[in-house]
Design a protein around this ligand. Structure first.
Ligand code: KPL
Length: 323
């Protein structure tokens, strides 16, 4: 039997912990607060499926303050990018590291904090087109079906035996999940979609589908994608701007009613993932000598919005927050 842990009790963490607990009953969910732990320990996870049917699923749950030296075969890391250094620090204290560690963050650069911990092939990334919405501490709604890919960041790394034992039972249960080696191209494709949709929806406070109603929005998304495609190409990931833009439009249609994750962060007064999405395109563009003025402007506008929307935004010293 595989021992699996899901680190992070956000929307995807809850969805996957519930799904995995049905297949691998020993799955442990690691959450950030004692309140969330107590809620889930008492009531389980309440999952509302795509058809609107509710189910309560009991899950082993622990607060990360209780996590000591653990031995998991497989670890799904589903925290926001800004919490990754803390996870890497905690893992560095484990005497036995997982044989499969999967990073599920939006954006680029998530692997950087972990590269020195894991040998190539153990550290994987995940990209999913599924949607979920956290409705409470242990309540999650599955808002969109889709496909998930996991695979190593490193080229040439082979699928481990643990990865095969993790994937096969999920597929048997009808979960659409594939191994893709390396995962980098999928990550870039997703980043481009997030670069185009997330900041604009957050700035304009609109749902994804509304972006398609305006030529101005479409032309901004086109510029964002063109810049990002040039940067990806400089990194050896050959994507075509037209095809990517078509995909962006298709995602806007398919998720027309969604409030993007960045819009949700802004509405909750939380820091967004802009630095790891458009911000990474700018950073990598600078490294490769490629100008990315539209992405740069979106990063600045979102940072301004973060300062305005933060619950503790008092007077600032005039500096914008940096990553
Ligand atoms: O991934 C998303 C997000 O909101 O972060 C999209 C695809 C834009 C769906 O809302």
């Amino acid at each position: 039997m595989l021992s699996i842990a899901v680190w992070g009790g956000g929307s995807l963490g809850l969805l996957w912990a519930a799904r995995l607990a049905r297949i691998f009953p020993e799955t442990v969910l690691l959450v950030r607060t004692e309140e969330q732990r107590d809620w889930i320990r008492e009531k389980g996870i309440r999952l509302t499926d795509l058809a609107g049917k509710e189910e309560r699923i009991p899950v082993h749950v622990r607060w990360i303050g209780e996590v000591g030296d653990e031995a998991f075969d497989c670890l799904l890391i589903m925290v926001k990018q800004r919490h990754l250094p803390g996870v890497a620090e905690a893992l560095a204290a484990f005497s036995r590291l997982p044989a499969l560690a999967v990073l599920w963050q939006n954006g680029l650069g998530q692997e950087e904090a972990f590269e020195s911990l894991f040998p190539p092939g153990v550290l994987c990334g995940a990209v999913t087109t599924e949607g979920a919405y956290r409705e409470g501490p242990g309540e999650v709604r599955h808002t969109g079906g889709g496909q998930t890919w996991i695979g190593p960041f490193a080229s040439g790394a082979v699928r481990s035996e643990v990865a095969a034992r993790f994937l096969a039972p999920l597929r048997d249960e009808g979960v659409r999940i594939e191994w893709e080696s390396p995962i980098v191209r999928r990550i870039w494709e997703k980043v481009m979609v997030n670069c185009a949709i997330n900041p604009l929806t957050a700035l304009l406070r609109i749902r994804n589908g509304e972006l398609l109603r305006s030529d101005e929005a479409l032309s901004l998304m086109e510029s964002v994608v063109e810049e990002a495609v040039s940067v990806a190409r400089a990194e050896g990931v050959g994507l075509e701007a037209d095809a990517v833009l078509k995909r962006v439009v298709e995602v806007c249609r398919r998720t027309a009613e969604n409030r993007s994750s960045m819009l949700q962060d802004v509405e909750r007064g939380q820091r967004t993932e802009i630095d790891w999405i458009n911000g990474e395109v700018v950073r990598r563009g600078t490294r490769a000598g490629i100008e990315t003025p539209v992405n740069r402007t979106l990063v600045r506008l979102i940072r301004l919005l973060e300062v305005r929307c933060s619950p503790d935004s008092g007077p600032t010293d005039g500096r914008l927050p940096s990553r």
